[in-house]
Design a protein around this ligand. Structure first.
Ligand SMILES: Cc1cc2nc3c(=O)[nH]c(=O)nc-3n(C[C@H](O)[C@H](O)[C@H](O)COP(=O)(O)OP(=O)(O)OC[C@H]3O[C@@H](n4cnc5c(N)ncnc54)[C@H](O)[C@@H]3O)c2cc1C
Length: 804
């Protein structure tokens, strides 16, 4: 075994193999994969090999398509067959919600370049004659997908990687990872030590243990999973083509052809965690005991929906473990606080995802950037809240819901509440329907007295529609209170703070007493943050951003190292806040504040440290509603008092609570985009329109060269808000935007604009179509809805109310 390598990959399952291949392909040929047993001996060898492009996140779908398309390339390169059966996929719906979900997939697929179609049940039966169509109401067919041979595929990656110069050592167990002062690692194995610049945890079932080697607790857990192989099925005899791989959502069953019979698997509601505390060292190429009794009800449904399966015997049952993260998406990327330690684990769909994971990870390692937005599989989407118990509750929930479609208005209940603000109970008493953001409960909308704080999961307008409308109208006509504790909050202090921030952010850093909107770019000029910076004094800054991105932003800042004279810390749990917005906001706050809040004295983007009632606070004149608005920040010990005093002071002014749903509507009426939804690392600063906040006169900031180059040529596409002739549903996100029959862009977010009485969609279109009034079309749940570009906000286009 060699004693040094640029990168050592721990784990020879399909994910480690793909990572090895991609690193070698990108030019890192001095890479070594260490496998404690045979290749594939974790969860890979007994997988069903199913592959598909379906994922709720468009970027992950795109990477899944890349994975599937890659197989031909590695076959050609390695001479090793992946055992491909590219027979496509069928998804069956049994109720309106499932049907809507399939229609949404179709709308999204057009821009992603994936061939899909809603088909009749008769057509579905031609593709899979085993379906009893009486149980279903509709079907989607997709060209991509099928199944492959797990072992052949892993070997093909490895053989192709070896051709490129990469090396593999089997039967070599990594025992320890010892960091060196320069950030490199001594990888201590049972066969000796390898010095590596980088290590990558691809240890699958043992990812948790390989995390422990460096003192981290990754949110990953294994579940048992069963599938059955039947004896030959007479109905399949003599068919020229294999049946199409089929997913039955209501039955929570997947099935496909396996030789002359079928393979049928299920994700049961009461799944069993495997090895909850420690994965056994000696587990290798093993299966787990069958548990037919527990699974019988699920397979019974399968035998009803596919009756021919019930008429033949079971040839073999497979029960094996594989790993999940709390939300079912992989954990990929560098880990904050560790140098040169990367993860690619919790991959529950390795044959759909490993190729894409290897691709982005190799780019990230070689170029310092994954090359596209992958926030939804970034390990940084979890923070300290993702404890082992949280992971255990969420992974079980996720497993049980694997084939239950997630509705856009649905909030999942497991492991909640985890983080609560001091006014949580007050908000509940006011009728709040809660969501969770980075583990913190926050109000989505408020059920008025006499109305249950419940919402039917749906893709269409729900019973909350009129309630949210009332919240929006109250904000625009009087004043509303929205809790902002779930925003990301950071303090940057010290002599070098301004200089450091100047380099990190593309915007001008505000003077003391002022706040500025602050885009943050990566070197390619793409958006990695859309935050605001308040300057409290020359050496003290409060930064506000998206709560879900806390770990992501902290990692970014730590990577771009604050110097010794700068202190950076998260104020996530030490600062709580509210936004007070509406034409009567000033009147309300002035009752609690001695400072003169008149328009001339405390202008838009002014900042003050002052008492608000009994609470010492930071007060900013800012907000996200487009109305006259303030944000008040105080520490959690004062927060309840602040809330009570605001509430008392606002009683006669018409003060209402408003939640996240109303905020989404109010911001889109003003054409404001939001980080993660509309602004992501996929988009350049000029595409988002945030270039208006960039200070091009600065001689240095991250992304400056790229932003300047883009300024010279103009952006290729632009963020726009569109007014949509919707029927009874708003866009969800990622629907294709159509012009003259061709998909030209896609939606990033949407909401009903209650105060302008129009359905709104935000998204990206080619620059030449970003014209006022341009007529486009968006497919919403199967209806081609006309969408007109509105470059000016439909509400208060001159911003008079904001500045009032
Ligand atoms: C029954 C079943 C059916 C499935 N069906 C499908 C399907 O149809 N489609 C699909 O896409 N996915 C399916 N999966 C999931 C799929 O198996 C996983 O996504 C995939 O195997 C994950 O691969 P991995 O490389 O991350 O992990 P693993 O396959 O677990 O590989 C990790 C490797 O790391 C090695 N290792 C661990 N610790 C060390 C150490 N200290 N030193 C050296 N080596 C170490 C292990 O020996 C192991 O080989 C199924 C899983 C099961 C259980």
């Amino acid at each position: 075994m060699k004693d040094s390598a640029r990168a050592v990959i721990i784990g020879g399952g399909v994910v480690g193999a793909s990572t090895l291949f991609h690193l070698a392909k990108i030019g890192w040929t001095d890479v070594l994969l260490l496998e404690k047993s045979e290749l594939t001996s974790g969860s890979t060898w007994h997988a069903a090999g199913g592959m598909h492009t379906f994922n709720g996140e468009a970027n992950i779908s795109r990477l899944q398509k890349y994975t599937i398309d890659l197989y031909r390339e590695i076959e050609a390169m390695s001479g090793q067959s992946c055992g491909l059966h590219a027979n496509g996929g069928l998804m069956l719906a049994a109720n309106q919600g499932e049907l809507d979900s399939l229609k949404l997939i179709c709308s999204r697929a057009r821009y992603l370049g994936m061939e899909t179609a809603m088909i009749s049940l008769e057509e579905a039966r031609e593709l899979n004659p085993l379906i009893d169509t009486s149980y279903f109401t509709g079907a989607l067919w997709r060209a991509d997908g099928g199944h492959c041979d797990p072992s052949g595929t892993t070997q093909a990656y490895v053989k192709a990687a070896r051709i490129l110069g990469a090396e593999v050592e089997r039967y070599t167990r990594v025992l320890r990872l010892d960091p060196r002062a320069d950030g490199s690692w001594d990888v201590v194995t049972d066969k000796g030590t390898v010095h590596a610049e980088h290590v990558i945890n691809c240890a699958g079932l043992w990812a948790r243990e390989v995390g422990h080697m460096v003192g981290i607790e990754l949110p990953v857990l294994a579940m048992e999973h069963h599938y059955l192989l039947t004896e030959d099925i007479p109905e399949l005899r003599g068919r020229e083509r294999e049946i199409v791989n089929t997913t039955d959502y209501s039955g929570e069953i997947y099935m496909r052809q396996e030789r002359g019979g079928a393979l049928i698997g299920t994700y049961e509601p009461h799944g069993i965690v495997w090895s909850p505390v420690k994965t056994p060292d000696d587990f290798s190429m093993q299966l787990l005991p069958d548990d037919f009794e527990r699974l019988a009800p699920q397979f019974e449904v399968g035998f009803q929906h596919f009756p021919a399966l019930g008429r033949v015997g079971i040839r073999k049952a497979i029960n094996g473990p594989f790993t999940f993260a709390p939300d079912g998406n992989p954990l990929v990327g560098p880990v904050r606080g560790l140098r040169n330690y990367w993860v690619a684990c919790a991959v529950m769909a390795g044959f759909s995802q490993a190729g894409g994971i290897g691709l982005v990870l190799s780019r990230w390692m070689a170029h310092g950037d994954p090359g596209q937005d992958i926030i939804s599989m970034d390990v940084a989407r979890f923070g300290a809240f993702a404890t082992p118990q949280y992971t255990s509750l969420k992974v079980r929930e996720n497993y049980a819901r694997r084939f239950r479609l997630a509705y856009p208005n649905e909030e999942l209940p497991a492991a909640r509440p985890v983080r609560r603000s001091p006014i949580y109970d007050r908000l509940l008493a006011a009728g709040a329907v809660m969501g969770a953001n980075f583990g913190l409960e926050h109000a989505l909308w408020f059920a008025p007295p006499g109305i249950a704080p419940l919402e039917t999961p749906t893709y269409r307008r729900s019973e909350a529609f009129d309630i949210v409308k009332a919240e929006c109208k109250a904000v625009r006509s009087a004043v509303g209170l929205y809790e902002t504790s779930n925003y990301g909050k950071y303090e940057v202090t010290g002599r070098g703070a301004r200089t450091w921030l100047d380099r990190i952010f593309a915007s001008r850093i505000p003077a003391p007493g002022r706040l500025s909107l602050a885009p943050m770019l990566n070197p390619a000029g793409r958006i990695v943050g859309d935050l605001s910076i308040a300057c409290l004094d020359e050496e003290r800054f409060l930064i506000i951003g998206s709560g879900f991105a806390e770990e992501f932003h902290l990692r970014w800042w730590q990577m771009h190292g604050p110097p010794a004279d700068v202190a950076l810390r998260s104020a996530a749990s030490t600062l709580t806040g509210v936004s007070i917005a509406g034409p009567r906001a000033r009147e309300l706050l002035q009752r609690l504040v001695r400072l003169d809040l008149s328009g001339a004295a405390f202008r838009l983007f002014n900042v003050a440290q002052c008492a608000v009632g009994l609470a010492p606070a930071i007060l900013t004149r800012a907000g996200f509603t487009g109305e006259l608005g303030y944000e008040v920040w105080t520490t959690p010990d004062y927060f309840l008092t602040l809330y009570e005093q605001l509430w008392e002071a606002g009683g006669d002014l018409g003060l209402v609570h408003f939640g996240g749903r109303a905020l989404s509507s109010l911001r889109l009426e003003k054409n404001y985009g939001s980080f993660n939804k509309d602004f992501r690392p996929d988009y350049t600063v000029a595409e988002t329109g945030l270039d208006r906040f960039v200070d091009f006169s600065k001689s240095e900031f991250i992304g400056r060269e790229a932003a300047l180059a883009e300024r010279a040529t103009g952006p290729k596409r632009r963020f726009v808000v569109m007014e949509v002739d919707a029927i009874d549903a708003e866009v969800v996100g990622y629907e294709s935007i159509i012009k003259d029959g061709a998909a030209v862009g896609y939606v990033t977010s949407g909401a009903y604009g209650h105060c302008i009485d129009k359905s709104l969609a935000a998204g990206y279109v080619p620059g030449e179509l970003a014209r006022e009034g341009e007529v486009l079309e968006i497919d919403i749940l199967g209806h081609g809805c006309t969408a007109r570009v509105r470059l000016q906000p439909l509400y208060d286009p001159k911003g008079l109310r904001l500045r009032s």
